[in-house]
Design a protein. Structure first.
Length: 92
């Protein structure tokens, strides 16, 4: 699976965009560059961006208070839902 874009709710007047990056599609350097550019475009448009990246992917070099990157483990059950509660205060 490539990126799965999850449109979330509005937080602090901004739309929250979530991306799930699977290691199979996002490990190549060209895909990492695509992920960085896409995130930069979303941030420039005013969105809050959360990227859930599988554990063996390199972190993206993005420095913004409106960007959050969370490591997920593909073998762990229900790895797409817990980030909402554990990182709730980040976007406030």
């Amino acid at each position: 699976m490539g990126s799965l874009t999850l449109l979330g709710s509005r937080v602090g007047g901004r739309q929250l965009i979530g991306e799930y990056d699977g290691a199979y599609w996002h490990r190549e350097p060209a895909k990492v560059l695509t992920d960085v550019r896409k995130t930069a475009d979303l941030l420039a448009a005013g969105y809050l961006v959360v990227r859930l990246r599988e554990d063996d992917l390199p972190p993206l070099e993005i420095n913004s208070t409106r960007y959050l990157e969370i490591r997920v483990y593909s073998a762990a059950p229900s790895h797409r839902k817990p980030w909402r509660k554990s990182h709730h205060g980040w976007a406030s």
